[in-house]
Design a protein around this ligand. Structure first.
Ligand SMILES: CC(C)(COP(=O)(O)OP(=O)(O)OC[C@H]1O[C@@H](n2cnc3c(N)ncnc32)[C@H](O)[C@@H]1OP(=O)(O)O)[C@@H](O)C(=O)NCCC(=O)NCCS
Length: 169
């Protein structure tokens, strides 16, 4: 099911047919450099797709979505909105990952901006966050470009993170 569309991208629910393409990203240490759990196995990638097939099971309007380049119909990443509880507070994170073959074309920012707008305007969320490793310069730049502001450093069972946030305008 299509979630949203931008000039160059379509975001839709993940499908089992995305497994090989998603695993190509998740097995790559460079793509997963700033993720506390590192690279994922084929089985773990399959589990994640199954978890998100119809949106997040407990919040179907949220989830990780396949990110497809319209011109080529290629799977080029997975982006979306993820629910977390951080220090007792319910939060929704704008999440993005674009295949490194496509970096530097503004696609990460294009996806993140559209997801942010979707969260605020379509889902009526009042606050969105990004959780970022403080050395992930590209991700920090994307967050800042869509209007996120550094709020605080934190730490959970996965390790330290920097929390960026934005309230609905
Ligand atoms: C973060 C990510 C989605 C950015 O994707 P992208 O399509 O290359 O992003 P954009 O082309 O929109 O670039 C966004 C900005 O980041 C900057 N940037 C890109 N790589 C950078 C780097 N290594 N260091 C500093 N800035 C960088 C770009 O110059 C651009 O800023 P500008 O417009 O001011 O020049 C991509 O690097 C990625 O998927 N990384 C691996 C997964 C990941 O870490 N996701 C985030 C988890 S919190």
């Amino acid at each position: 099911m299509k979630i949203l569309e931008t000039k160059r991208l379509i975001l839709r629910h993940l499908e089992l047919g995305d497994l090989d393409n998603l695993f190509a990203l998740y097995r790559d240490p460079e793509m997963r450099q700033y993720f506390p759990d590192g690279t994922l196995t084929y089985a773990e990638t399959k589990e994640q797709i199954e978890w998100f097939l119809n949106g997040h099971p407990r919040h179907p309007e949220l989830g990780l979505w396949a990110t497809i380049e319209k011109e080529t119909d290629q799977f080029i990443g997975r982006c979306g909105l993820l629910p977390w509880t951080i220090d007792g507070r319910s939060e929704v994170e704008v999440a993005y990952m674009i295949d490194k073959a496509y970096w530097g074309q503004g696609l990460g920012t294009e996806a993140a901006q559209a997801i942010l707008d979707y969260g605020f305007k379509r889902l009526n969320l009042t606050r969105l966050i990004c959780l970022i490793d403080d050395e992930n310069a590209a991700s920090i730049r994307v967050a800042e470009k869509i209007g996120m502001v550094f709020e605080r450093a934190g730490e959970d069972e996965h390790g330290p993170f920097h929390l960026y946030s934005q309230a609905m305008a």
